[in-house]
Write a protein that binds this ligand. Structure first.
Ligand code: SAJ
Length: 425
């Protein structure tokens, strides 16, 4: 068993630290945020992920996981810090990785291994992290190991996927790769594949998320085309997927979260050859405007109307609103409302309901308050709760009759029978 310092106790670092501790290693969980350190030291887990709290408490109670406010010496350092994305110049901001590297450099010893898990532009491990670590006076490869091993877990099923998913590991030399493989082998039940080098492993992670984003873009374009031809996008996608070599994903309001809308751009960090990938991003981002055009067509006017948005988490059954298309839709409608207000004193009001999100700055309301007297409601996220919506109840509460279901959650005939005007993406 080894000693491990995990840098960054967020969505990935915290479950990883707990997993390693529960597998019998001595783990030190470090975070730069004093608040996170103190709450976790008291056993308070603020990340909303099924099973995570119990899993972390199990690790803390076993004394194999210690939350620390300073980086400690350890056989392994695993970096799980964020790589924020600069929307304007479409570049990754690597400051947290650089800062983690500087902290590790002061504690690095002969034969230790540093593993980067954060999603990064290809080349980051060797070109950004390695030179910082070598400021320690030690040489990467000969004195200490250095590898890249991307996380691949999906929010909502993180603990299971940490164990079950295949892992890709690319080291700067064989010794580094081997040291990293040994560590992941202690808890990963899926295959562990080794890439030729760190850049290949970084590239693999990006093309995995790019594949998903591009596939969803195709599904979104199919949905727009299906509407032009008067056919049901979801029915036709389901049928198309009967073919053994076709596997289209589902259309919707667009793609959110902190991975799919960002990672494809990381491929542009040192290349100008994004074409299909860039178009796919644009198709996904255009879905909010497409839905607004549907609402506009039906309501005929955008003044003195109330629109309810159901679900602003970036996807179903999570509480995370990062880059959420639902939130973008709400903001756009609100800004249209402000404009119409200026011109003719009329109002477009937007009410938002989300049973999973807890954020006081978003003025969330109950479902009844959101849809009461509304002209339209839009399902923007596939939370399980929305599949139980009752058409007669909504009819009673609302003053209008437009339903836009961007997630294929409702049964069209039930809603049209009730007199609703029903649109589905
Ligand atoms: N979405 C669709 N249609 C679909 C599936 C998803 O519109 O058929 C939308 C969702 O509503 C959401 C967005 O895509 O807005 C992203 O959700 P997701 O569930 O596809 O993915 P994430 O962002 O939660 O997690 C992804 C995963 N990547 C892949 O499946 C290739 C996960 O395994 C990665 O670990 C994660 O990114 C990450 O951290 O990179």
């Amino acid at each position: 068993m080894s000693s491990i310092c995990v840098h960054g106790l967020g969505y990935i670092g915290l479950p990883t630290a707990a997993m390693l501790a529960n597998a019998g290693h001595d783990v030190y969980g470090f975070d730069v945020d004093a608040n996170v350190v103190s709450r976790l030291s008291d056993g308070i887990v603020e990340i909303n992920e099924p099973g995570l709290e119990e899993f972390v408490i199990q690790a803390l109670d076993s004394n194999r996981l210690e939350i620390v406010d300073e980086v400690v010496v350890a056989d392994y350092h695993i970096i799980c810090v964020p790589t924020p994305f600069d929307e304007r110049d479409k570049k990754a901001n690597l400051c947290y990785i650089e800062s983690a590297g500087h902290k590790i450099r002061t504690k690095l010893r002969q034969a230790d291994t540093v593993i980067l898990e954060s999603t990064v532009p290809p080349g980051t491990t060797e070109e950004v992290l390695l030179p910082i670590l070598e400021e320690s006076g030690l040489n990467a490869g000969s004195d200490f190991g250095l590898a890249y091993c991307p996380e691949t877990v999906i929010p909502g099923n993180i603990i299971e996927e940490l164990r079950q998913n295949a892992r890709i590991i690319g080291g700067i030399n064989q010794t580094s790769t081997k040291a990293a493989v040994n560590l992941y082998d202690s808890f990963v039940e899926g295959d562990i594949k080794t890439a030729s080098d760190t850049t290949s492993a970084e590239f693999v992670k990006l093309i995995q998320n790019t594949f998903r984003d591009t596939n969803i873009a195709l599904a979104n374009e199919v949905a727009v085309l299906a509407d032009d031809y008067g056919v049901d996008s979801r029915e036709t996608i389901e049928m198309a997927n009967e073919h053994p070599r076709v596997d289209l994903l589902q259309p919707g309001l667009g793609v959110g979260g902190h991975c799919l809308p960002i990672d494809p751009w990381f491929l542009a960090h040192n290349s100008e050859h994004l074409d299909l990938i860039q178009t796919a991003r644009e198709v996904n981002d255009s879905m909010v405007d497409y839905v607004i055009s549907i609402i506009r067509e039906h309501l005929n006017k955008f003044y003195n109307v109330k629109i309810a948005i159901l679900g602003i988490a970036y996807k179903g059954n999570v509480d995370d609103v990062r880059m959420s298309p639902g939130l973008r839709l709400a903001r756009k409608l609100q800004s249209i409302g402000k404009d119409s207000d200026k011109h003719d004193g009329s109002r477009l009001s937007v009410a938002i309901h989300d049973p999973h999100v807890k954020d006081e700055t978003l003025s969330l309301v109950s479902i009844e308050d959101a849809v009461r007297d509304a002209d339209a409601f839009i399902i923007a996220t596939d939370h399980n709760e929305f599949s139980d919506l009752s058409a007669p109840q909504m009819k009673q509460w609302m003053s209008g009759d437009l339903v836009v279901d961007t997630k294929g959650m409702l049964d069209e005939s039930e809603w049209t029978t009730e007199g609703f005007s029903f649109e589905q993406i």
